[in-house]
Design a protein around this ligand. Structure first.
Ligand SMILES: Cc1cc2nc3c(=O)[nH]c(=O)nc-3n(C[C@H](O)[C@H](O)[C@H](O)COP(=O)(O)OP(=O)(O)OC[C@H]3O[C@@H](n4cnc5c(N)ncnc54)[C@H](O)[C@@H]3O)c2cc1C
Length: 397
């Protein structure tokens, strides 16, 4: 439950509270989290009390209703700590709540959003399948309607929070005569329904404390009232609202992670002497840090600007894609340089930078991999230039 006083905070106070929580609770608990292999439940309870599950959900549904710019500012703070913490509530604030908010029926919104905002109903977004990753529109799971029930069959993989979810937003084919996006619908599925089975991976290379799971559906009965928005065939269009939201949050996460790594690396090169002087005095070290800072600030500016455009009205999906593409590539480049600055400590021992180096690698793969964003941006650019000679929304203020 969100602590009552949190609901009364103005935004500057709330931002300060989250910055304190990050510095005094999240960062100091990182080693405990790594040893436990998951986010400690004490921290998850604190996240819920502080309203982190509800930052994007309207006040009328029990959330804190911060604007996108404010959500990005918050993300820049709490992702100075391990981005695994964010994974724990990311699927609630982005992918799932935004699809329900924009496309759910009023009954679905009032049934789910207040519990989601309070951290009492964890939701996961179940789209990816073994044969449908980047090409999600060709997914094979089916939901066949019989009377007031859908019978759901199929398997999903790489699903964030599969292990902790109380409910899944599942994408399945309701029209098998259409093998593309038009045959896909979105269904809200209780995780404890008979026929649902979740399997966790044995190996995670990065994000180890937030394992992504497989979910298997074997003749699962889903009440027809759980069809998102009561509309068949629009599942992937409905997903886009949450996906654009999540992509912008991922861009901010990359900036937050790069900020922390550069703080840690700068501290290391100040304290470590070689050749009779701090590493910080070496030109090559300065070049690495200076270039990284410039790229960090470019990622921050693009992400903040995209968030402001988001708040201004029409969702700037090309600019958001550019922010996600650039910031995730930037975070990996910065991580690699920071590992280099640590020398052997970048490979051996418990320094946080190598852990973050592994974690940020995944951010170039999920929420649209970098090659897919490059392809989609190029297609949008050439298409629009053909039609009116201009570039897409990234060049319009
Ligand atoms: C940590 C993590 C969390 C995730 N969380 C979720 C989740 O909560 N819910 C969910 O549904 N999914 C989730 N995913 C899945 C993620 O969205 C997919 O991994 C991603 O879409 C890529 O699909 P794939 O892994 O099948 O790779 P593939 O689609 O097989 O692609 C492999 C490579 O080929 C490239 N490629 C593919 N097609 C093209 C093309 N047309 N042009 C150029 N390059 C191409 C890709 O960019 C990629 O680099 C998660 C993944 C990870 C790693």
């Amino acid at each position: 439950m969100i602590a009552p006083e949190v609901l009364d905070y103005d935004f500057p106070t709330y931002l300060e509270v989250i910055a304190d929580f990050t510095a005094n609770e999240l960062i100091p608990s990182e080693n405990e989290m790594v040893e436990a292999g998951e986010v400690p439940s004490r921290i998850v309870d604190r996240m819920a009390a502080l309203g982190l599950f509800g930052i994007s959900i309207p006040r009328s549904y029990g959330g804190l209703e911060w604007s996108m710019e404010q959500q990005v500012q918050l993300t820049l703070e709490f992702t100075r700590a391990s981005c695994v913490y964010r994974s724990r509530f990311s699927t609630v604030i982005g992918l799932c709540s935004q699809a329900i908010l924009d496309h759910g029926t009023e009954e679905q919104r009032t049934r789910m959003l207040p519990k989601m905002a309070a951290g009492e109903l964890i939701t996961a977004f179940a789209l990816t399948e073994e044969e449908a990753g980047s090409d999600a529109a060709h997914l094979r799971s089916t939901a066949r309607r019989t009377g007031d029930t859908y019978i759901l069959d199929g398997s999903k993989r790489y699903i964030t929070n599969a292990a902790w979810a109380d409910a899944f937003l599942v994408f399945a084919r309701t029209d098998e005569s259409d093998d593309g996006a038009g045959g896909v619908s979105a269904l809200l599925v209780d995780a404890d329904s008979p026929g649902v089975r979740t399997v966790l991976p044995t190996i995670m290379n990065g994000h180890a404390e937030a394992p992504v799971g497989e979910i298997h559906f074997d003749r699962v009965e889903v009440p027809a009232r759980n069809l998102l928005g009561g509309v068949e065939g629009a599942g992937l269009t409905m997903a886009l609202r949450g996906i654009n939201h999540a992509r912008l949050h991922v861009a901010a996460t990359c900036v937050g992670q790069a900020t922390r790594m550069l703080e840690e690396a700068s501290s290391h090169v100040n304290g470590r002497n070689q050749f009779g002087a701090p590493l910080a005095d070496l030109g090559a070290v300065q070049a690495s840090l200076g270039a990284s800072f410039a790229e960090l600030e470019a990622g921050r500016a693009l992400t903040m600007e995209s968030a402001r455009a988001f708040d201004a009205g029409e969702i700037p999906r090309h600019r958001i894609a550019a922010a996600k593409l650039y910031s995730s590539e930037m975070a990996s480049r910065v991580a690699d340089r920071c590992v280099q600055l640590l020398g052997g400590e970048g490979i051996v021992g418990p320094h946080p930078i190598p852990r973050m180096w592994r974690d940020v690698r995944a951010l170039r793969i999920y929420e649209g991999s970098s090659p897919i964003h490059e392809r989609n941006l190029a297609r949008a650019m050439t298409k629009q230039v053909r039609s009116d000679g201009t570039l897409p929304d990234s060049y319009r203020v």
